[in-house]
Design a protein around this ligand. Structure first.
Ligand code: NAD
Length: 476
């Protein structure tokens, strides 16, 4: 399958790179150019805003059943085109084909979930102050919303915004990441083929800072939702604040996993390593600091390192692949820097620690023990295949270390003791917690962070609230 030609989608027009300045799109497994990203000009952004603004009233006035029907049909389209979308994902992101197929399947599930949630947008009616008077509340779509998605899960991070926005009746301007525009474009194609009116969904690509600034400053954009790094989130949140725009921020994380001494260290290490190296560790809610009871520390760390060393790194299309390349060279450089810093601080390298001697952004799955708490890898979001493992003696000590992070997205605990489980799930400062599980993101469950990890939630029955506002009417 060829990599599709990438086009901006503004109103009913599609604009390719032959009409605009372009930027190379690389295959991270080979570093070869696979496509060209057309860079939106200011006029394209204005055109997208105008198209969304003019399409909004008619879409707002559709019934929830009509919007739900479009989203259900979009889910069917996505399932039918799974192979095509998954192939594009592997080519531009690098993840193994099986993981790409899984991502597409979750995208279809998410469209279905919000197709149903559209029907559950309820208001209230209650007695007013005077007899015969009524107080009525209704939930109304915000208007035109701007959605910014990253490159690690280009389809799922976008659909977690897009599906509730469309279900609520909003019109959308979406900006996928520069590295990974094809899979989101195919997703948009599925939604349009399902009968979404032109202009309700626009796709812009190009210079992220210029696009976000332009959209946030526009009086016609009511809300932004961003998934990406805390640093960029801070910039966008400031801009949104200046312009009094609503926002949802899904930012970085540095998930602590507290592994207690009463669990089987081999099973725990197998589960933890599988979770850690999924998507080459480029997962915002990944467990990325392993805090392990000293009594099981050695067998846990040894098994974890053995699993890491045994992982087969290859092109995502290779049938034997277990971990693909990182998505861009910046992550490889970050992995090298974090590894060197941890070892210089006294850490012991048990596995990996180096880039592979071949083309592509491959970095060996890396395990480091005895890492000082002040090492950068214990403080900064690693966002790659590097796992620091440290020991604890008392659960309170583990909890303090887990909570010492500025991030608060996901946290994990493994224990068979009920009292310890409750202490940890209550005490861990995180928006989502996995207890004896490393899975925390589902279409039907809320997902979002505290502290520097963000603001607001996506998913679950809460997910649609981000695109609605409450109107109150006093009927005398
Ligand atoms: P980056 O911060 O430059 O870019 C991250 C994403 O933000 C990209 O998709 C980019 O298109 C977008 N972006 C950058 N500047 C923007 C702007 N001014 N306005 C709107 N969007 C903008 O960094 P990177 O090197 O691509 O990734 C590094 C870090 O990003 C990682 O360490 C990780 O912490 C974070 N990240 C987080 C997620 C997540 O799911 N929360 C996803 C991808 C990256």
């Amino acid at each position: 399958m060829n990599y599709p030609e990438i086009k901006l989608l503004v109103g009913s027009s599609q604009i390719g790179h032959d009409e605009r300045a372009g930027r190379a799109i690389l295959n991270p497994a080979t570093e070869e150019q696979i496509g060209v990203l057309p860079i939106a000009e200011e006029a394209d952004l204005e055109h997208a805003i105008a198209a969304a603004k003019s399409a909004f009233p008619a879409w707002r006035d559709t019934t929830p059943w009509q919007r739900g029907a479009v989203l259900h049909q979009a889910a069917r389209q996505v399932r039918l085109r799974t192979d095509e979308i998954a192939h594009a994902l592997v080519m531009e992101n690098g993840k193994p084909l099986a993981e790409a197929r899984g991502e597409v399947s979750v995208a279809a599930d998410t469209l279905e979930w919000f197709a149903e949630e559209a029907r559950r947008i309820y208001g209230r009616a209650f007695a007013g102050r005077a007899s015969e008077s009524r107080f009525v509340t209704s939930r109304e779509p915000l208007g035109v919303v701007a959605l910014f998605a990253p490159w690690n899960f280009p389809v799922v991070t976008l659909v977690r915004k897009l599906a509730p926005a469309l279900a609520a009746g909003c019109a959308v301007i979406a900006k996928p990441a520069e590295e990974t525009p094809a899979a989101p474009s195919l997703l948009a194609g599925c939604i349009l083929a399902a009968g979404l009116p032109p202009g309700v969904l626009n796709l812009v690509l190009g210079d992220p800072a210029r696009i976000s600034k332009h959209l946030i400053q526009s009086p016609d954009v009511a809300k932004i939702s961003f998934t990406g790094s805390t640093a960029v989130g801070r910039t966008l949140a400031s801009l949104a604040g200046e312009n009094l725009k609503r926002m949802t921020m899904e930012l970085g994380g540095h998930g602590a996993a507290i592994i207690c001494g009463d669990v089987d260290p081999i099973r725990a290490a197998d589960m933890a390593a599988a979770a850690k190296f999924r998507n080459a560790g480029q997962v915002c809610n990944a467990a990325s600091r392993f805090i392990v009871d000293r009594r099981i520390f050695e067998p846990f760390a040894e098994r974890f390192a053995a699993r890491a060393s045994a992982l087969r790194l290859a092109d995502g299309f290779d049938p034997a692949v277990e971990m693909g390349p990182l998505t861009n060279h910046r992550r490889v450089e970050a992995m090298e820097m974090l590894t060197q810093d941890a070892i210089a601080g006294g850490g012991t390298l048990l596995a990996g620690g180096r880039r592979l001697d071949r083309p592509g952004f491959f970095f060996a799955p890396t395990v480091i023990t005895e890492v000082p708490h002040t090492a950068r890898v214990m403080i900064e979001e690693p966002f790659g295949p590097i796992a620091p493992i440290v020991a604890f003696d008392q659960v309170d000590q583990a909890l303090d270390l887990a909570n010492s992070s500025a991030y608060g997205l996901a946290a994990y605990a493994m224990t068979n003791d009920l009292a310890t489980a409750r202490k940890l799930t209550r005490g861990m400062q995180a928006g989502v917690i996995g207890l004896n599980s490393f899975s925390v993101a589902f279409p039907e469950a809320p997902f979002g962070g505290v502290k520097n990890s963000g603001w607001g939630v996506e998913g679950g029955s809460e997910g649609i609230d981000a695109y609605l506002t409450t109107k109150f009417v006093h009927e005398a």
